[in-house]
Design a binder for this molecule. Structure first.
Ligand code: GSH
Length: 286
C-alpha cells in the first residue's frame, strides 16, 4: 500500500503537476497517482476526495494531511524522506535550492502566460515580448550556477530545484526560446531525463486539448527520438507478467519483431510513446 495519493492534471499541459509528480518519481518515492483532465466534467469530481483543494497537484497522505501546492509537496517529501535526496544535504546548496524553488514559484509570469507548457508540440519563430525577454534573461542568470556544478543540474545531484525548473525547460524547448549556451545544455539535460520523458510519454496517451494549441510554425519535439514501437493485436508476448505491475498481460506492443505484454492499455501506450524512457520495460527487452 502506498502512503500517498497524488492527483495531477493532464501531463501534456499541467506544469505544476509535473513538479509535484517529479517529487515522487524522480526520487523513488512510491505514490498512487491519478490523472484528471481540465475542462472536463470529471475534474471537480476527481478533486472531491482532496477537498478543499481546488488545484492540482494535490496529495492526501496516509496520516490524512493534505498537501495542496507543489512547493508544499516538495517540502513535505523532503522532510519525511530525507534519504531520498530532494534537497541537498550541504546547507549552502540546500539554501540555493530553496531560493531557486521559491523564485520559480513566485515569478516568470510572462513565460507562464505567453508560453503555456505543451509537451505534445514544439514551435519555432515565436515572438518574444519585452517581458518574456526579461524572464529569459533572469533564467539565464539563475541557471549559470550549472557552470560551477559537477554535472548538468543546479545544485550538484538532481534535486527538487531541478524538478521545479523542468516545466521551464519544457517551455524553452517547446517554444524554441532564445537562451544562453549554458541554459541550452540545462534544457537538454531535462529533455533526456527519464522521469521527464516518462511524464511526456504518459501525456501522449491522452487526446490533445485544442485550447492549448498556439498558431506558430510547428517543428519536431527536440527531445531524444523514441525507439519505434507499435500497439498490436498479436498476443504471443515474450512475457506473461506486466513489467510494471507483475499482473497478467492483456495489452500488447511490438518492437524489433517481438511482442511485449502489459496489464492495461495506458501502460502499453505510454511505453509505445517512448520505450526507452521506462527502465522496467527495457530490462525485459534486455
Ligand atoms: N501554486 C499552485 C498552482 C496550482 C495550479 O494552478 N494548478 C493548475 C493546473 S497546472 C490547476 O489546477 N488549474 C485548475 C483550476 O485553476 O481550476 C501549485 O504550485 O501547485
Amino acid at each position: 500500500m502506498t502512503q500517498y495519493d497524488l492527483l495531477i492534471g493532464d501531463p501534456s499541459y499541467s506544469s505544476w503537476s509535473l513538479r509535484g509528480w517529479l517529487g515522487f518519481q524522480a526520487f523513488g518515492i512510491p505514490t498512487n497517482s491519478t490523472i484528471t483532465r481540465f475542462y472536463e466534467p470529471g475534474f471537480h469530481q476527481d478533486l472531491l476526495p482532496f477537498a478543499p483543494a481546488k488545484t492540482v497537484p494535490v496529495v492526501r497522505a496516509a496520516d490524512q494531511s493534505l498537501w495542496t501546492d507543489s512547493l508544499t509537496i516538495i517540502e513535505e517529501l523532503a522532510s519525511r524522506h530525507p534519504e531520498a535526496g530532494l534537497l541537498p544535504a550541504d546547507p549552502v546548496k540546500r539554501a540555493l535550492a530553496r531560493s531557486l524553488m521559491a523564485e520559480m514559484h513566485s515569478s516568470f509570469s510572462a513565460l507562464r502566460t505567453e508560453c503555456p507548457m505543451n509537451t505534445r508540440l514544439a514551435y519555432e519563430d515565436v515572438p518574444i515580448s519585452d517581458a518574456l525577454a526579461a524572464d529569459l534573461a533572469r533564467i539565464d542568470k539563475l541557471w549559470a550556477v550549472t557552470e560551477d556544478s559537477s554535472g548538468p543540474w543546479l545544485c550538484g545531484d538532481y534535486s527538487a530545484a531541478d524538478a521545479f525548473y523542468a516545466p521551464v525547460a519544457a517551455r524553452i524547448a517547446g517554444y524554441s526560446l532564445p537562451v544562453s549556451e549554458t541554459s541550452k545544455k540545462y534544457v537538454e539535460a531535462h529533455l533526456t531525463h527519464l522521469p521527464f520523458r516518462q511524464f511526456r510519454a504518459l501525456g501522449l496517451t491522452f487526446p490533445a486539448q485544442e485550447t492549448y494549441k498556439r498558431d506558430y510554425a510547428i517543428k519536431a519535439w527536440p527531445g531524444p527520438k523514441p525507439l519505434v514501437a507499435t500497439a498490436t493485436s498479436h498476443t504471443n508476448a515474450v512475457n506473461e507478467a506486466c513489467p510494471y505491475s507483475g499482473k497478467a498481460v492483456t495489452d500488447f506492443l511490438e518492437m524489433d519483431g517481438k511482442v511485449y505484454g502489459f496489464c492495461n492499455q495506458r501502460c502499453r501506450d505510454k511505453t509505445v510513446n517512448d520505450p526507452a524512457a521506462w527502465p522496467a520495460f527495457m530490462a525485459l527487452v534486455g
